[in-house]
Design a protein around this ligand. Structure first.
Ligand code: CAA
Length: 283
């Protein structure tokens, strides 16, 4: 199946990054969100990234403009009536995603694949909200999307081989590396990453070391590009808590219990970089 026209639903940090990499790979992209100001902000982020590529002489002005010209902002979901693929990157809420997928199922052409960028919600459950479960799949990009090579591709229970292959090919066309995983809570990335972050938060909670020291240990000792607490701030502490809760509930195993300090920070509104305060302060 030839994928050419793509809609990205959700113009936040992840959605904008996803739209950017599709446009760079010469797909026609509609960047959709509910509010025009969110779409404008997403387009602004992509424009800034393109300008930086030109400044660094990695792209000519003409090439950057061609990427931007392949992007169409949208606040009307009916614009999905002519796409081959939708990649959803909205808030991590199963009810919102299920409603959206049910709506997309009505609007999009019969052949269209519906992919979700969910970081931990069940693909099988999202697919069940549609009449095309075979064409629903997880396409989990990493943050920052323009930089990170991995896309976790998650097969729901009913996802067909044809859908999987189309998404695998598309991922390679984006110059990313697809890795196939099955539909279990947290998939692979967050099942391994989040308990490590949660454990780093426990070491703060128990007074074992200061956040700076914990991050230094993991950066210098394990060669991680960012310490786990800096990474948690970067991902968003609300997202980290949400994923830990999904793991805890999904497996029913207390080894995934979220650290009380993580809950406390989220309740305080200390969500990390996006709110200016988490384990560190940001201007
Ligand atoms: N958008 C676009 N480009 C970005 C960017 C962003 N938000 N942040 C950094 N970059 C680019 C920079 O422009 C720079 O590009 P050039 O080489 O072209 O100049 C490059 O990335 C490196 O940036 P820096 O030199 O400023 O900083 P760095 O070397 O520390 O790299 C980093 C930054 C790539 C983010 C690096 O720190 C890193 O790899 N951190 C870990 C990221 C990670 O683990 N991501 C996964 C999060 S988990 C997830 O996403 C899944 C989930 O479900 C929660």
């Amino acid at each position: 199946m030839q994928i050419k026209n793509v809609m990205v639903v959700g113009a936040g940090q992840m959605g904008s990054g996803i739209a950017q990499v599709f446009a760079q790979a010469e797909f026609n992209v509609i960047l959709h969100d509910l509010k025009a100001e969110i779409v404008d902000k997403g387009m602004g982020y992509i424009t800034k990234n393109m300008n930086r590529q030109v400044e660094k002489e990695r792209m000519t002005r003409e090439e950057a403009d061609a990427v931007l010209a392949r992007l169409t902002p949208s606040t009307d979901l009916n614009n999905a009536s002519d796409v081959d693929l939708v990649v959803e990157a909205v808030v991590e809420n199963i009810d919102i995603k299920s409603k959206l997928f049910s709506h997309l199922d009505e609007i999009t052409p019969e052949h269209a694949i519906l992919a979700t960028n969910t970081s931990s919600l069940p693909i099988t459950e999202i697919a069940a909200a549609t009449n095309r479960a075979g064409k629903v799949i997880g396409m989990h990009f990493m943050n920052p999307v323009p930089v990170m090579k991995l896309v976790e591709i998650i097969r729901g229970l009913a996802t067909t081989g044809e859908t999987y292959e189309a998404i695998e090919q598309t991922t390679k066309a984006l110059d990313k590396v697809p890795v196939e995983v099955k539909d279990f809570p947290g998939f692979v990335s967050n099942r391994v990453l989040m308990p490590m972050i949660n454990e780093a938060i426990y070491t703060v909670f128990e007074g074992v070391a200061e956040p700076e020291a914990i991050d230094e240990v993991m950066k210098l000792g394990m060669n991680h590009p960012m310490g786990p607490l800096t990474l948690a701030d970067f991902i968003g502490l609300d997202t980290c808590l949400y994923i830990m809760e999904t793991l805890h509930e999904g497996f029913g195993d207390d080894k995934y219990r979220p650290c009380p300090l993580l809950r406390k920070y989220v309740k305080a509104g200390w969500l990390g970089k996006k709110t200016g305060k988490g384990f560190y302060e940001y201007n």
